[in-house]
Write a protein that binds this ligand. Structure first.
Ligand code: PNS
Length: 161
């Protein structure tokens, strides 16, 4: 079975992530959405909230699982013996960071390959950071995130109270 790791912060999951996951499932039998647990970095959604939002969006899909990791991605990959890592590429501005990340990961673990998927025309401008900002300032994000994430963002911003 061919499995890929899709790592990220997912704070929160956006339609851009969903697009990458769905397209990754065309290339791999199984995708492990792997949420970085970095206690030094503050997030809007707790680790448990991020896990349950992703599970809710993909419930019923046995080809996808959600796990967490801390420390180096390469150590997580080695512990699972999975050496394919998916990343989405949005714009030229993503390239340098992603290029460095992929090169560093390969230096640390030569077996590890990063597979890049170009984001689609409907999601190339999306980032968790911008979606959070828009939602918390009362903007409309229904076309940018799954429904459960939209509701969770409204709860965080107090708009559902
Ligand atoms: O969603 P993000 O924040 O763009 O994801 C970044 C992520 C989690 C993939 C990256 O920061 C990562 O892999 N962090 C784990 C620590 C690590 O392995 N760092 C060394 C690579 S330079």
């Amino acid at each position: 079975m061919k499995t890929a790791i899709y790592p990220g912060s997912f704070d929160p999951l956006t339609n851009g992530h969903v697009d990458i996951i769905e397209r990754s499932l065309k290339l791999f039998d199984h995708v492990i959405v792997s949420i970085l647990h970095n206690s030094a970095k503050s997030t809007l959604f707790s680790l448990d909230e991020r896990i349950s939002l992703i599970k809710e969006v993909f419930k019923g899909n046995s080809r996808l699982s959600v796990e967490t990791f801390d420390g180096l991605l390469v150590n997580f990959a080695k512990s699972k013996q999975i050496f394919s890592v998916m990343r989405g590429l949005r714009a030229a501005s993503d390239f340098e960071y992603e290029f460095q990340l992929a090169a560093m990961n390969r230096r640390l673990c030569p077996d590890l390959e990063t597979v890049f998927l170009m984001t689609g025309k409907d999601t190339f401008f999306l980032s968790s950071r911008l979606v959070k900002e828009v939602a918390l300032l009362g903007g409309e994000v229904s076309s940018m995130v799954p429904k459960v994430v939209e509701i969770a963002l409204k709860n965080k911003s107090g708009k559902n109270k």
